[in-house]
Design a protein around this ligand. Structure first.
Ligand SMILES: Nc1nc2c(c(=O)[nH]1)N[C@@H](CN(C=O)c1ccc(C(=O)N[C@@H](CCC(=O)O)C(=O)O)cc1)CN2
Length: 283
């Protein structure tokens, strides 16, 4: 299978954002992203660092608020309220996962929909469902950009999404539907899952299980998007798809690392720029 180059596409998207941000700054508008991180989760520390680096590359101001694991839900909600009403903050997100004593749903719902650059609030999810302009969740939006970059039409294709999370599986299905693909969502209760997956012209694997998708489950010529980030016992990163096993198959696949993760980061920059433009009546 041919690899789809997420690194190159992410660099191109970020360069476009950087050019637009420079023009905005010329008009006196300075986009800013605030990221709130609660606790010491090592992977989250890395992802938040990556977001600040991307902002610097794009000319976007950034603030990372690091709160201790002992932070209460009320304290976190108070910090969100401060940023919601701060006109210098264009985009606001809370890094997930949160410590167990904090209710994730309550926290997400507290973020102003106009600053919700993750696209996780019920208002933005609802807008996505009914096809209104909204902030698209970054991972599914990045997957769509990767698929479009192949130049293959998505319309009329059979798409299978493996996984039904609120952050990836469900919005991914909606975005594929918007591209006029015929979409099936598979999950842990799907009967004869391999035979359903084998039907896919477009397969999005977001099930969170290392190399769950084996070569016998993939149609010849399929476009495969691997959303999985699974850390193996050897310390290496593995996708949800057995990419080496697909070497002799026709088709295209996004690698892990170097695929969806990088586009997730790039789409956050797109959303932060969009938030800044909207807040200044420029979108
Ligand atoms: N508030 C949010 N929390 C989380 C999100 C999110 O979109 N918003 N998604 C993930 C974590 N995440 C971004 O936050 C993220 C994960 C992975 C990558 C990435 O670049 N992956 C690289 C590999 C990186 C590595 O070596 O570890 C790749 O796939 O090439 C970026 C962002 C959960 N939380």
């Amino acid at each position: 299978m041919e690899r789809i180059d997420g690194k190159a596409l992410a660099a191109k998207v970020k360069a476009q954002v950087a050019a637009e941000v420079e023009a905005l700054r010329g008009q006196g508008v300075v986009p800013k992203l605030t990221v709130i991180l609660v606790g010491e989760d090592p992977a989250s520390q890395v992802y938040v660092g990556g977001k600040a680096k991307d902002c610097a590359q794009c000319g976007i101001d950034s603030e990372v608020l690091r709160l201790p694991d002992s932070t209460t839900e009320a304290q976190l909600l108070a910090e969100i309220a401060v940023r919601n009403s701060d006109p210098t903050v264009s985009g606001l997100l809370v890094q997930l996962p949160l410590p167990r004593h904090i209710n994730e749903k309550k926290v997400i719902e507290a973020i102003s929909p106009e600053k919700d650059v993750d696209g996780f609030t019920p208002v933005n999810v609802g807008r996505l469902v009914i096809g209104e302009d909204c902030f698209l969740p970054c991972t599914p939006a990045g997957c769509i950009e990767l698929l479009k970059a192949t130049g293959e039409p998505l319309e009329g294709k059979r798409a299978v999404v493996l996984g039904r999370s609120n952050i990836v599986g469900k919005p991914m299905a909606l975005l594929l539907l918007r591209e006029n693909a015929t979409v099936t969502v598979c999950h842990s209760r799907t009967r004869d899952l391999p035979s359903v997956v084998r039907e896919a012209d477009i397969l999005v694997a977001a099930i969170g299980k290392k190399r769950f998708v084996t070569p016998d489950m993939v149609k010849e010529g399929a476009l495969v998007v691997d959303v999985g980030i699974n850390r193996g016992e050897d310390g290496k990163l593995y996708g949800d798809v057995d990419e080496p096993g697909l070497a002799d198959k026709a088709g295209r696949i996004t690698p892990v690392p170097g695929g969806v993760g990088l586009m997730t980061r790039a789409m956050l920059m797109v959303n932060t720029l969009k938030a800044a433009k909207r807040q200044h009546g420029l979108d």
